[in-house]
Design a protein around this ligand. Structure first.
Ligand SMILES: [Zn+2]
Length: 554
């Protein structure tokens, strides 16, 4: 069954409903209850009912308008909980976050609405880097092949993923150049020139950039593509203890920014020996949980020891005048992927929900004129936008010809944190109706208090979003002591802790068994929480030496 609306969309009434057999059922000015009944027959009735229910709960949107909004979209949003994959695909399309039609496989166009948020994420993360003593630098995108070969494990790990540049114009290059998949081998030869004495240490450099990896898994915008946007920091120290402290500081930065500012909860795991960064002594990585119960790796920080310092000759002269190798760490928060976590964590069935500080528009002013008061209402709306802009709030007005209901829907889809409704009553009284996107709570706010109210409520919104996210995350951590319970818990979308024989290389066979039986991965042991192993390894039955966490992964 297809709804046909009248030619003037803004009139807000459905004129006919077309039956699949072809005949039109004319429904001039149907009362809500009749529309409701017809909707019940519709194949997408669940979605339509949800929208209509929403309209009735949150006037002044009428049922007619709601159905028109549905008509104006090709497809309504899928349910996030029951079908996360489709929900994710739709939200990236409907909110115009990216365009997948570029003609190089695995490469994605990030569009203005997502990039405006990611630029803010960059500046927040970079500020945190600088607060912890890092200085910015920009390194070349091309790395000579010979640099790669200096660290054997690194080259082995990354070679299958490298895009190579072999020609320049008509000339074949003497040496192949790699499009950087990560910058260790570009930076450390320079570190060897820059670091002489102890006074050059610690050296803490961060590098905001994009990197290229020939990933063979399917592309998911923001989650996995062959080009992605990140920050990498590379630090060098005189002692191992300082390097270990840096790894800890990297994890604290993640906590401050990704949970503190973006509201995405996660856990840091020390990865097993068979799953560490190529060339590292140990790897610590943050996993957050997507709505479909699979974990997504956020930043990882790596203790490199002297594994790179030796081949790249990164040395300093100590107080005795002796030459010593530096101790190094590297860290890589991937901005585009953290963005994927933010939209997945906070979004709902109406679209994005963006934290106040990341939203490209923080408050959208929607004028609701009636015949006769158009000028006064539009004027009041314009004044409100200018008032808020002067206070440093990113505010805009929607003066398009669409109906108010259509506009509400549009800006909800985009995740704008606050909607300010300006009708005749508001224009006259100077008391505005403000609706908060995440909980849809309505408030009446005096015009002169609007700016300070938004600032305060914006902070409260983030704090509420964090609480909700953390509670959801905590409820998804569970335990298992056998392969059977592990399978059940994973099926429920949980991160599951279980006794395991060993985190050393020998444990890999057991991890493979887990992967085969439960389609899940051993993520490692919890960092910063000493959990005493007890019982038998869930895979081989040997005495357990560690409590590991297991999850399905992206
Ligand atoms: Zn085992």
């Amino acid at each position: 069954m297809v709804f046909a609306n009248c030619n003037q969309r803004s009139c807000g009434f459905i004129r006919a409903i077309r039956h699949p057999e072809g005949q039109n059922i004319r429904v001039p000015m149907l009362p809500c209850c009749r529309i409701y009944r017809m909707v019940c027959l519709h194949e997408n009735r669940k979605k339509l009912l949800a929208v209509i229910h929403h309209c009735i709960t949150f006037p002044p949107l009428s049922c007619y308008e709601a159905v028109l909004i549905l008509l104006s979209r090709n497809q309504a949003m899928q349910n996030k909980k029951s079908n996360f994959s489709e929900w994710y695909t739709e939200i990236t399309k409907e909110a115009k976050l990216c365009d997948l039609r570029y003609n190089v496989k695995g490469f994605v166009i990030f569009m203005p609405w997502s990039v405006m948020s990611m630029k803010k994420m960059y500046s927040i993360y970079e500020a945190e880097m600088e607060r912890t003593g890092h200085k910015p630098a920009w390194f070349p995108a091309l790395i000579p092949e010979s640099n790669f070969h200096k660290e054997a494990k690194h080259v082995e790990g990354f070679t299958p993923e490298v895009f190579w540049v072999e020609r320049a114009g008509e000339n074949k290059l003497e040496e192949r150049l790699a499009m950087r998949p990560t910058s260790e081998t570009a930076m450390y030869q320079m570190y060897s020139l820059w670091i002489q004495g102890k006074s050059d240490l610690p050296l803490k450099i961060y590098h905001p950039s994009q990197v290229w990896r020939y990933e063979t898994k399917a592309t998911r915008p923001f989650i996995r593509s062959r080009e992605f946007y990140w920050i990498e920091s590379h630090d060098a120290f005189a002692t191992e203890a300082e390097a270990r402290a840096q790894v800890q500081e990297d994890m604290e930065m993640a906590q401050n920014v990704i949970f503190g500012e973006f509201g995405v909860p996660f856990l840091f795991f020390e990865r097993p020996q068979w799953d560490k960064f190529p060339g590292a002594v140990s790897t610590y990585a943050a996993d957050c949980l997507m709505p479909d119960g699979r974990v997504l790796q956020l930043p990882s920080t790596h203790l490199l020891g002297q594994n790179f310092a030796k081949p790249f000759d990164v040395k300093f002269l100590n107080e005795k005048g002796e030459s010593e190798y530096c101790w190094q760490t590297c860290y890589g928060p991937c901005i585009s992927r953290i963005y994927a976590a933010i939209i997945s964590q906070h979004g709902d069935d109406s679209g994005l929900v963006l934290p106040y500080s990341l939203a490209p528009i923080q408050a959208i002013v929607v004028p609701i004129p009636r015949k006769g008061n158009e000028e006064a209402v539009n004027q009041a709306a314009r004044e409100t936008v200018s008032l808020l802009s002067k206070s440093g709030i990113r505010a805009e007005g929607d003066f398009s010809q669409n109906t108010p209901g259509f506009k509400y829907n549009e800006w909800e889809m985009k995740g704008v944190p606050f909607r300010i409704e300006v009708g005749g009553r508001e224009a006259e009284s100077g008391i505005y109706t403000v609706v908060r996107r995440d909980i849809r709570a309505k408030a009446s706010v005096k015009k002169e208090e609007l700016a300070s109210w938004l600032l305060h409520e914006g902070a409260r919104m983030l704090s509420d979003m964090k609480k909700k996210a953390q509670n959801g995350f905590d409820s998804c951590i569970s335990k298992a002591d056998s392969m059977e319970t592990l399978a059940t818990e994973l099926e429920a979308g949980h991160i599951v802790s279980a006794p395991f024989c060993t985190m050393e290389k020998e444990g890999e066979a057991c991890a493979d068994a887990v992967k085969e039986k439960c389609a899940a991965n051993v993520r490692g042991t919890r960092y910063g929480k000493s959990e005493r192993a007890h019982g038998k390894c869930i895979a081989c039955g040997k005495e357990a030496s560690a409590i590991v966490y297991i999850a399905r992964q992206y």
